[in-house]
Design a protein around this ligand. Structure first.
Ligand code: ADP
Ligand code: MG
Length: 228
């Protein structure tokens, strides 16, 4: 397979009677940026949820077809499996813990995407972490993005752009991240902020991280994608 990172073969997904994805074939190479476009309800997010092993997929009957990631046949049962395999996802909705600092949100590996649950377990765990090491890791992750973001900023004091970049920093903080899914990340950003994000995407791609990028802004897609 050489350079191929992700291969989806004949993937179909229905929600009850509603067939949302039908025989989807998709291949992504290492470091490639793929633009994914389609009207609302086309099934873009559903496809990303399959890739990211989100529980809603299993809970609604799973999917058919095959997925090969990093030369292995996979069938993620949870997002935790996907994270472990090296996939990160930034959702349309934010999933940061509001009362916590950027550094804390970036470094703590998520065991679930459920926020209240996170707050419970991390409240304790944060105390047992080596703060210097944590700050160092958070700084390094933000450094990859080349954006201005103080790691001590609390989420509740962040602009939407800063929240977006904190989420991306969290996804790339894990050394093994190979694929990053960005589901309409620019929807909440101003044009200038979106430009910074596009630059960031190119940098990550140069580091060998593949990206699937969903947006409604056609210009952005043309600007940054290797393939649409
Ligand atoms: N959990 C779900 N249960 C039932 N139907 C769903 C669910 N999630 C998405 N759908 C349906 O799947 C279709 C595709 O949705 P989605 O993947 O969110 O599209 P897109 O991201 O391209 O706008 C829509 O018709 C939507 O109503
Ligand atoms: Mg969507």
């Amino acid at each position: 397979m050489g350079n191929i990172l992700l291969k989806m073969i004949g993937v179909s997904k229905s929600f009850g009677e509603n067939t949302v994805l039908k025989d989807i074939n998709l291949t992504i190479k290492k470091g490639e940026i793929i633009g994914l476009v389609g009207e609302n309800g086309a099934g873009k997010s559903t496809l990303m949820k399959i890739i990211f092993g989100m529980s809603v997929i299993n809970e609604t009957g799973g999917y058919s077809g095959e997925m090969i990631f990093n030369n292995e046949r996979v069938n993620f049962k949870s997002s935790f499996d996907a994270l472990n395999a090296g996939i990160g996802m930034v959702h349309q909705e934010f999933s940061l813990i509001p009362g916590f600092k950027a550094s804390e949100n970036i470094v703590l590996n998520r065991e679930s995407l459920n926020r209240s649950f996170l707050q419970d377990i991390f409240g304790e765990r944060i105390n047992s972490l080596n703060k210097e090491k944590m700050d160092e890791r958070a700084k390094r992750a933000i450094g990859h993005l080349e954006v201005q973001l103080d790691i001590n900023t609390k989420v509740s004091h962040m602009s939407v752009a800063q929240m977006q970049f904190t989420e991306i920093a969290r996804e790339i903080e894990r050394e093994e991240t190979k694929l990053l899914v960005l589901d309409e990340p620019t929807a909440v950003l101003t044009e200038t902020e979106a430009e910074i994000l596009l630059k960031t995407m190119r940098r990550l791609s140069e580091k060998g991280i593949a990206i699937i990028f969903i947006t409604h802004r056609l210009e952005e897609i043309m600007n940054v994608s290797d393939r649409v």
